[in-house]
Structure formats: C-alpha cells, structure tokens
Design a protein around this ligand. Sequence first.
Ligand SMILES: Cc1ncc(COP(=O)(O)O)c(C=O)c1O
Length: 394
Amino acid sequence: MEHTQLKQDESQYVMQTYGRFDLSLDHGDGCYLYDLDGNKYLDLTSGIGVNCLGHAHPVLTKALQDQVASLIHVSNLYYTAPMIETAKHLCQSTGMKRAFFANSGAEANEAMIKTARKYSQMKYGMDRTKILTLHNSFHGRTIATLEATGQEKFHQYFFPFTTGFDYFKINDLDSVKEKVDETTCGIMVELIQGESGVRPLDQNFVKDLEIYCKENDLLLLVDEVQTGIGRTGKLFCYQNYGIEPDIVSMAKGLGGGIPIGGILTNEKTSEVLKAGDHGTTFGGNPLATTSAKTVLSIVDTPEFLNEVQEKGQYFQDQLRTIESNQIKDIRGIGLMIGIEVDEKNIGKLIEKCMDRHLLVLKAGTNTIRLLPPLVITKKQIDDAVNILREVFES
Ligand SMILES: Cc1ncc(COP(=O)(O)O)c(C=O)c1O
C-alpha cells in the first residue's frame, strides 16, 4: 500500500491518539529503517528505547522463530523454561531476589506500586499508602500511573484518578522530607527523567535519598522502564549510582521489540505479593520471555555494556564539537542522550533531521532525545553527528 493511502486509512480508522511523523516504515536492518519506497533512515529512536539490538537482529530473530514454532503462549498456571530462565538471569546478575513479568512499563509500575503498598500496609497499617514521585516524572498512562506522573498536563479528563501520590522537587532532599508523613510508603524515581527531557538525577541526591529511605523504612522504587537493560552502560541505571533499590521496574529494552515488562524485588519485597494478589494473562509468556532471555544473553556481558558506555561518551564528545548557539546543553548517560535547544526551534530541527534521513525523538518541550539501538557503531555515530552538524549549522 502507498504511504498516502495508509495515511488516509489511518485518519479514518485509527483513533487519533498519536501525532505521527509523515513516514510509513516497512522494515528494518540493524540501525536502519526503510520506508515503503526503500529509502533508508538511520534510527536514533529504537522505537522509543525498545529495539536495543536494532532491527531484525539475527540471533533474536532465530530465537523468536524457533519459539513461535514451538510454544507462543501458555498461561501462568504452568511452568515454562524461558520465563524462569529470564527471572534467574535478572536475579543472578543484579542480586535482586525475585521477578514478576507483565507486558508494558505502565503495568510494571502498577506491580511496583501494589507491592510497595502491600508491604507497608501489612507492616504499618492500612493508612500507609502514599508514594512520592518527582515533579516532571513520567510513569505511564494507566489511571494510577498517570497520577504517579508528576506533570499537571497528565492529570486531566480521566477523573477520578487513583489517590495516594504526591510530588517532590528534583535533587532536593528537603523537598522529600517536607512531603513525607506517616502515610508515606515509598519514593519512586526515574534516575534519568526520560520523557520530560533526559535529566539525570544528581549522584549525591540519589545516595542521600537511599539512606533516608532506609532510615525510615520507605521503599525506594526505581522506574527503569526507559533506563534499564543496558541503555546507560550498566544493566540497570541504578548500578551507575551505587544504590540498592527495593523494587525496580523494567520494560522497553527488555524484549528488544516484543512487549514485556516486569519488576525485580529484593529481600524486603520479594515475598509481599502472594498467589492471587497480582497477575496478568500474557505476563511472562514463552514468546516474550524468549525475547528477554535472548536480549539479556547479548546485552548483559561486561564487553557489551562497556561498549555502550564508551559509545555514549564518544557520541556526547562528538556532539560537543558542533558549533551552534542553538545547542543549550548536552546531557545523558550511556546511549540515552538529550540535546537541549530552544523550544520554538525544536519542531523544525527534528523535521530537518528527518529530511536528511535521521530519525530522532523529542523529550519535554525543548530536548532532542537520542535513544539509538545499543548496537550502533562508531561509524554510524559519526554519520549521525555529521547530519546533526549540518542541521545545527545550516
Ligand atoms: C520511565 C517510564 N516509565 C513508564 C513508562 C510507560 O511505559 P509503557 O509505555 O510501556 O507503558 C515509560 C514510557 O515511556 C517511561 O519512560
């Protein structure tokens, strides 16, 4: 089908919940995507931080093909090897105790919120339910995770939202302390605020927050939906900060493109949810966890993760050679990079990238967000920087 026909049918038959780029994609190969006419694009979006192995990775493709031919889905009423092996890998690699699998980031956060609330309610009584999150955070689009998201624009139309969330200021422990009371059960953070502008939290603040949480038996909940699975050069971003969360949520990169989310729980939290407390039909099914298991077997090696760190540093260094007063800041960790620009120019800049066959993302109102496949090469980084140089210097 032609792009114009697709666009027309989309506008007629698909609910208009997304603003789409004027591009129909057909297939991918490594870090490249191809449109319906065979034009090639360098992909610095990875499906918003999902395709960590790029497109059509041969090992992942083969593993999925084999699994599709053998067993796509059975319910959680039975044992299946891919799910248990994925949980084992994640726990052995991180020191966390147990995993639960869901299907998306928002669902993973729901599981995290439920676990935190049950932990505190069992220990301290039914009133201890409140979770603090950061201003400008993003935690998903379910009724609870919308309220967990610390941005007013998400708190519209869908009332009543789930109560029990309040918000504190980024990198400000006093702001946390002001908000904590006897009803607070946990603190939930993205260590790099992704959707709102690629903003890493300060190292000292995060360390202090961990100590404060431990002292007050508040659960430290880390949303690694965007930052996890090698994106920042460690399996999880919290490992860059040297902290030990009580629960970690994950999704996006975990399946390399197959929908999967989940949480990892520690000694304190791994036995909180009991049979019947939580579940989901598709969660951890053999296809999704084959994908996760395969992604982990490639990403979670010291060589691969060191390369992500190196390539991330190289990318930022190269971006800093661009001479343009349009660039206000360059920040990020590993291959999660933000280029802050003037709000009024961002749309045009992203359009110019696309005209030059470079796909990038927007974060917040003023940040170009780069989330390339983790398998991107230095040569591809050079190509991307050359295009960005042209865009900024033109
Ligand atoms: C930090 C964070 N948490 C949660 C979510 C929600 O994930 P999903 O869209 O898979 O529900 C996102 C998605 O962008 C995210 O970046």
